[in-house]
Design a protein around this ligand. Structure first.
Ligand code: SAM
Length: 264
């Protein structure tokens, strides 16, 4: 997909039987531009290239019987060998799997510090168990089962890549995203300031404070909204969130209000 360049700050190698499923989404948007500019180097490897038979077979029946097919181990081993020989040894080899540890923003931050990551995409009933020994970690994107590891690989790649300096235009927006400090993001609005839905529907207004031009009040409103949203939607995050003094005070006040409401 792209060659090495001196400006490359992060390299991904992805092994899949469906290269286009990975390549196509990477042609657009922020990641597409980062690849074009050489900030990201993403190489997609077709697992079938690492087969040795005429029909490029990548799967076989499971030992012990049962439904479905299993990805053969040898092509996957050869693909990882190829990546190591041609592109250097990846610091991290991630096996995508619903049985893996749940991928979080903290993992994205940790992985963004690695310079070279390989992602292995499963299909069918998954990988031959022996391939697990070739991975440094096994990650799941959630407690549900997809047909293949391509979407999980893209999810991991995108979450990691947008943390790399130079990938997203405005780094401040990344720093303020949900989860970055353990808080959900505050609500966002754009023009128009008033919007009537349908012929006689309600008028939807942007909160007055955002139109005030008063930066300190806007900052305080945003902090309050972020803390309040997190308290309502994801209170579990607050146990480990890194809040500043103002946010702590806002949280205490919101909790007191809720307690008072509950005791009424
Ligand atoms: N039989 C496997 C099991 O129950 O654990 C599921 C295999 S799944 C149909 C095929 C492939 O999709 C997996 O090998 C993995 O690469 C990928 N996959 C599916 N769901 C995933 C998830 N939640 N997170 C990460 N990868 C997933």
């Amino acid at each position: 997909m792209s060659g090495f360049s001196r400006t490359v700050s992060m390299t991904f190698d992805i092994v899949t039987i469906f290269p286009r499923v990975i390549e196509q989404p990477l042609e657009a948007g922020v990641l597409g531009r980062a690849i074009e500019r050489g900030v990201l180097d993403v190489k997609v490897h077709d697992l079938r290239r690492f087969t040795t038979d005429r029909h490029h077979v990548v799967d076989d029946v499971p030992y012990g019987g049962g439904p479905g097919m299993v990805l053969k181990p040898e092509p996957m081993f050869r693909a990882v060998d190829f990546v190591e020989a041609e592109r250097g040894r990846p610091l991290t080899v991630i096996l995508t799997s619903p049985q893996g540890r749940r991928f979080t923003q903290a993992d994205a931050r940790r992985l963004a510090a690695c310079q070279h990551i390989a992602l292995l995409c499963g299909r069918y009933e998954g990988f031959d168990e022996r391939v697990r020994g070739r991975a440094t970690e096994e990650l799941s994107i959630g407690d549900y089962v997809l047909t293949g590891g391509e979407l999980p690989a893209l999810v991991i790649l995108e979450a990691v890549a947008r943390l790399i300096p130079g990938v997203v235009g405005d780094e401040q927006s990344v720093a303020e995203d949900s989860f970055s400090r353990g808080l959900l993001d505050f609500p966002q609005y754009t023009r128009p300031a008033e919007l009537t839905v349908g012929e006689s529907g309600p008028t939807l207004r942007v909160p007055e404070v955002l139109l005030s031009g008063h930066h300190a009040e806007i900052r305080r409103w945003r902090k309050r909204e972020a803390v309040s949203r997190t308290l309502t939607r994801r209170p579990d995050l607050l146990a480990t969130a890194s809040l500043d003094e103002e946010e702590k005070e806002i949280l205490r006040a919101l909790q007191d209000d809720r307690m008072a409401e509950w005791q009424k």
